[in-house]
Design a protein around this ligand. Structure first.
Ligand code: TXA
Ligand code: MG
Length: 365
């Protein structure tokens, strides 16, 4: 059944006033999509089973996939979690509010509908001022997956929230673009050592520096053959995948650029169109090569080059990744080429999402 969706465009000067209505809606069991610093979330009162059900319906999401519960103050954690390990408290102190979710042992009253039947619950205190204020005003913990239809890339721009969720949720709060662009780091802190279940902006290096140790769920490693099942149920789905066939290439800069050049010419000659996600400095070189090719000069409208900032800072690539995959889908390209990055720091999260978007088509050349 189609819902009437209230759309609220936030003006920072009147934010608090504007958020009263959506906060009341959350408290009353309605669904509200809202911006966070990572991606847009699709929120509902985590303590109401019927409200949580409405999230699954709106997303068309499998119900064994647990939801992250968002809080606005540390005090709200006590309602949800059993005792927290000392090192986990240190990490919360260091990184909250911010783009990291802690998986902790849940209190008995936290519904299986939120946790997907697990004994743990994922909790996050977002740093986006709209998210923090909205949760605070609602007075309830807010369960929120990313605000995309299941199987689509997470929305980092309200345009895609409107596209996926209009008529499916009660309210959409427009707070502009998301700064980080990739979903939060999911960190299991139930054991002696923290374990990354989903890489994100808060990196393994940052966690190690803070508490001296950090492991990564071995099931996340796509480079070795294994039958391990990821500990974070959401990681096993074909998430983040656009309609186009995505391939990721890793290697020496000029080798990758030349490879892209060859694939571009082959693709457009065969009547197809192509999108390329590449660093600015490499785009300049690629442009020069293409300009010398008569085929390209004739068929350049079949080529869409997305510049992803400099290779020296990966923040821009992270921020644009999902948005540009969506844009290329809108342009109905058949093929997408992406210049991969090495898997340290933020590169770990970027390659994790790219591996999924490409369904494993990651080539080292
Ligand atoms: O940045 C984010 O985390 C965004 C914003 C809205 O906060 N939310 C988000 O939610 O990405 P979602 O539902 O799309 O992804 C949640 C991920 C899934 O991979 C899920 O399996 C994992 O977190 N997760 C949640 N609770 C868990 C738990 N108790 N144990 C293991 N993994 C859990
Ligand atoms: Mg998601």
């Amino acid at each position: 059944m189609k819902k009437e969706t209230l759309i609220i465009r936030i003006d920072p000067a009147t934010m608090e006033e504007q958020l009263k209505r959506p906060a009341e809606m959350l408290a009353a069991g309605k669904t509200v999509a809202f911006p966070t610093e990572t991606v847009y979330g699709l929120g509902a009162n985590a303590l109401s089973e019927s409200a949580v059900c409405a999230i699954y319906v709106a997303k068309g999401r499998p119900s064994d996939n647990p939801l992250i519960v968002h809080i606005a103050r540390l005090g709200m954690l006590d309602e949800l979690a059993e005792e927290i390990r000392p090192y986990a408290k240190v990490l919360m102190e260091a990184f909250w509010p911010g783009p990291i979710t802690f998986v902790v042992r849940k209190k008995a009253h936290v519904s299986d509908l939120v946790t997907g039947g697990l004994e743990t619950v994922g909790v996050r205190m977002p740093s986006h001022p709209v998210a923090l204020k909205l949760i605070d005003l609602s007075g309830v913990p807010v369960a929120a997956p990313s605000a995309n239809l299941s199987g689509k890339p997470s929305p980092t721009d309200v345009k895609y929230v409107l596209q996926d969720m209009s008529g499916r949720v009660d309210c959409i709060v427009d707070g502009g673009d998301c700064e980080v662009g990739l979903e939060s780091t999911v960190l299991d802190v139930t054991g002696d050592v923290p374990v990354i279940l989903r890489p994100g902006k808060i990196t393994r290096e940052m966690i190690m520096e803070c508490v001296g140790a950090c492991e990564v769920d071995p099931a996340l490693d796509y480079k070795t053959q294994h039958d391990l099942v990821p500990k974070s149920p959401g990681m096993k789905y074909r998430h983040y995948a656009p309609d186009a066939k995505v391939s990721v290439y890793l290697g020496d800069r000029m080798t990758v650029i030349k490879k892209f050049y060859n694939i571009i010419l082959e693709t457009i000659e065969s009547g197809k169109s192509i999108g390329v996600m590449i660093f600015e400095e490499d785009a300049l070189v690629l442009d020069k090569l293409l300009d010398g090719a008569p085929v390209y000069r004739r068929l350049s409208d079949r080529v869409h080059i997305m510049k992803e900032g400099s290779a020296k800072e990966l923040d821009t690539l992270a921020r644009n990744l999902f948005k540009d995959l969506r844009k290329l889908d809108e342009l109905s390209v058949d093929v997408v080429l992406v210049h991969g990055v090495s898997e340290n720091a933020l590169g770990h999260a970027i390659m994790n999402r790219l591996e999924k978007a490409s369904e494993g088509r990651v080539f080292k050349i």
